[in-house]
Design a protein around this ligand. Structure first.
Ligand SMILES: Cc1cc2nc3c(=O)[nH]c(=O)nc-3n(C[C@H](O)[C@H](O)[C@H](O)COP(=O)(O)OP(=O)(O)OC[C@H]3O[C@@H](n4cnc5c(N)ncnc54)[C@H](O)[C@@H]3O)c2cc1C
Length: 295
């Protein structure tokens, strides 16, 4: 089913993002994560795609497993960076043949070891070009990425929303937002979208705190601010107590989700980092307070 159809049902959606495992040990852990999260009956799941095609085969296998074996609605991501058009077409055709109905069109970031002068001249520079290419050649339901705090390379937050509007106008059906630790960024982003004529649904991205190192690294990579409230909460925890940190992360994200749901968001999209404990804790917590219904 297309995400646009699922969103029409009017209930906030629940979705989980996965990335392909890089080692056998990680694959075992991912299998357990998938089983734990599929049990929560998400509306859809999603699978990342390494820029430059680095995870092309792994992404395909994971999409296939989730679609065929686990019978999940899947949003397959496609990051266009450094890919030639025939490579993009091959990926899209493979997903179409698998029965995938939803694609998230991304630019992707240049991997650190890539010589950008070697990028094929024909490859797309911006996600808007990939979105237009998909819309012209395929009938997928099409998602794009949005940045509540502005994209890290954008010249300004105003320009970023103009570029997002242009990207959406290429035929996007929904937006998945980058994560944020303060809801005010997302709520302001929704207001900017509306003011700029972006009318498609925007799903907030939720990134629970898994570890301090990971939180700082991920937030640093995308320019997400770590608010004082979160910093203070973490500083009160016993040092090195992983369980206390994960529990606090669950509680913090639950607070974010409750407020977002009260504000009428169209769904909750969890960046699982291929771990289940936090997402299970948050979703069960929200359901116990009747903030989310089972599909
Ligand atoms: C939900 C989500 C999922 C993601 N999944 C993946 C993944 O699976 N694989 C991966 O590699 N990365 C992924 N990313 C990261 C993403 O690829 C990076 O954030 C990347 O830097 C931007 O991708 P984009 O599609 O938003 O690019 P774009 O929309 O092309 O924007 C990139 C930058 O260019 C600017 N821009 C856009 N159009 C123009 C223009 N015409 N002129 C000048 N500037 C312009 C924008 O303001 C922005 O600063 C994901 C991000 C999100 C939010």
């Amino acid at each position: 089913m297309k995400i646009s159809e699922i969103l029409k049902k009017g209930k906030p959606t629940l979705s989980f993002e996965f990335f392909p495992a890089r080692t056998e040990k990680a694959a075992e852990s991912l299998n357990k994560t998938i089983d734990d999260l599929v049990e929560l009956k998400p509306d859809f799941v999603s699978v990342t795609f390494g820029a430059g095609g680095s995870t092309k085969d792994g992404s395909y296998e994971l999409v296939k497993k989730l679609k065929k074996e686990k019978e999940q609605e899947v949003v397959a991501y496609l990051a266009a960076f450094a890919l030639k058009k025939d490579e993009i077409t091959a990926v899209l055709n493979n997903y179409k043949d698998l029965g995938i109905e939803n694609i998230l069109a991304l630019r992707g970031d240049p991997p650190k070891d890539v010589d950008v002068t070697q990028v094929p001249a024909e490859s797309f520079k911006y996600a808007s070009e990939l979105a237009a290419f998909i819309r012209q050649n395929y009938s997928f339901c099409l998602g794009v990425a949005g940045y509540p705090e502005g994209h890290i390379d954008a010249p300004s937050i105003e320009k970023d929303i103009e570029y997002l509007k242009y990207k959406v106008d290429q035929g996007a059906d929904f937006i998945i937002a980058q994560f944020f630790y303060d809801n005010v960024y997302f709520l302001n982003f929704i207001e900017r979208c509306q003011k700029n004529g972006i009318k498609i649904p925007v799903l907030p991205g939720i990134m629970p705190v898994y570890s301090i190192k990971m939180m700082e690294m991920l937030a640093g990579n995308c320019g997400a601010k770590i608010p004082l409230k979160l910093q203070k909460g973490i500083s009160k925890l016993p040092e090195g107590d992983t369980k206390a940190l994960v529990d606090f992360g669950i509680e913090y994200a639950m607070g974010q989700c409750e407020e977002l749901l009260k504000e009428g968001v169209r769904g909750l999209h969890f960046y699982t980092m291929d771990k289940s404990e936090s997402a299970v804790g948050i979703v069960k917590g929200l359901r116990s307070k009747s903030f989310l219904t089972v599909k």
